[in-house]
Design a protein. Structure first.
Length: 414
């Protein structure tokens, strides 16, 4: 028996059968095409949206928390409710020593100001940080270096300026080794930085000037007071798990009631990541439900058209049976027609979806970063396997019906 895949007569017969009613065949194929395209578009689109949202957190440590001082919610040790207090550098140092699960931490304070270079000026923010800050916020370093331990301990008047600040004040020239004046203090520029993350701490690094926090303590009379503390934890440790100990260390140095949950504000960034992950788990389920529903509708159409084809070819099938065609040959013929129709329409749907996803990806490219609006090879293979399986299943019942047609009954069929 010849292999039907390489049998030219078999392919001619499949083409002739499907071409007898071109409108019916086209509408059925379009159902498969649209169902496959919908599944591929939803799958690739969901991945692209996920990449876009995750891109908002890119360059920011996911295992991070921010700690702020809030007004007290309970009276304590003679202090009334609603008292304002401030975090201090000592709090950061004590937490750093007391909680080994914290891998990096930094005091952060921000002051609105104006940067001046010659006749040019730019409204910016001066942000005081410590040397471990880049391990948490993970800015992009375009030139030079970051603030280091020596800069902080010696209160050096050095700075890392944001990429936009550098462009506004220095144009296309490199600002490294030059000075910028902020509030009549001249800072030596040691680096140019920016950020890809949409998560920012009192502003985007591109629009700020970073200096050692110790500078703010003296030049701006902040003393030990800081605006906030930011820290990240070691792998396997969540900020929420160390929160009680962080608060305990802070309460030991400030008049805060042990049961006051309002005085210390705590933002666990990892919870935001978990929320995004949970949301996309739900989106993935919805994509599969809607996509496979659309694909199933197309497959049902294939089953219907094959059923009609078998009915229309009853006499032909009876003649074949009468001249010696085996049941297996009849089944293979019907299944071949079903699989060909499903495969051609399905592959066309995948190609259409890939083109649309490519166009969307190019349209949403930002600063050279292209989100993942694409259909992965594994997903394409999965879709191909699914519609081939369903296409075969759609033709099996009509094929079995064709096999059971008796030659005499078929020849008498009108």
């Amino acid at each position: 028996m010849r292999n039907p895949v390489f049998d030219i007569d078999n392919w001619k017969e499949i083409t002739a059968t499907l071409g007898r009613n071109k409108t019916r065949t086209f509408l059925t194929a379009f159902g498969i095409f649209w169902g496959t395209a919908m599944l591929a578009l939803l799958w690739g689109g969901a991945q692209g949206l996920q990449d876009l949202l995750r891109g908002n957190f890119a360059g920011f440590s996911t295992n991070t928390a921010l700690v702020f001082a809030g007004n007290t919610g309970m009276p304590y040790k003679g202090f009334s409710k609603g008292m304002w207090w401030s975090l201090t550098q000592s709090d950061v140092d004590n937490i750093r020593r007391s909680i080994p699960e914290i891998s990096a931490s930094s005091a952060v304070s921000t002051i609105s100001s104006t940067a001046i270079r010659g006749h040019k000026s730019y409204a910016t923010r001066l942000q005081g940080i410590e040397s471990q800050y880049p391990s948490i916020n993970k800015p992009v370093l375009y030139e030079g270096r970051f603030i280091n331990d020596s800069d902080c301990s010696n209160a050096r008047k050095v700075c890392v300026i944001g990429k936009r600040v550098a462009g506004e004040l220095f144009g296309s020239a490199s600002p490294l080794g030059k000075y910028v004046a902020v509030d009549n203090i001249y800072y030596y520029i040691v680096g140019v930085a920016g950020q890809t993350s949409q998560v920012n701490i009192n502003g985007k690094i591109d629009e700020m000037i970073l200096v050692p926090h110790s500078i703010l303590e003296h030049a701006y009379n902040k003393g030990q007071n800081i605006d906030m503390m930011i820290f990240s934890c070691r792998n396997g440790v969540t900020p929420t798990s160390v929160r009680p100990r962080v608060e305990r260390v802070i309460r030991a140095s400030h008049p805060i009631h042990p049961d006051d949950s309002q005085a210390i504000e705590f933002w666990d960034v990892s919870e935001e990541f978990a929320m995004v992950d949970n949301m996309f788990n739900g989106v993935d389920i919805l994509v599969l439900f809607v996509g496979f529903g659309s694909l199933l509708a197309g497959i049902i159409g294939v089953g219907n058209i094959m059923w009609i084809i078998v009915k229309e070819r009853t006499q032909e099938i009876g003649v074949r049976r009468a001249i010696g065609a085996k049941p297996r040959d009849i089944i293979m013929q019907i299944l071949s027609e079903s699989i060909v129709l499903t495969t051609v329409a399905g592959i066309a749907g995948i190609c259409f979806a890939v083109i649309i996803l490519f166009v969307v990806a190019q349209a949403t490219t930002s600063e050279g970063v292209t989100p993942g609006f694409q259909l992965s090879f594994s997903h394409a293979v999965t879709i191909l396997a699914v519609f081939l399986t369903l296409g075969s299943a759609a033709g099996i019942i009509p094929a079995i019906k064709a096999m059971r047609i008796k030659p005499i009954e078929a020849l008498n069929d009108k």
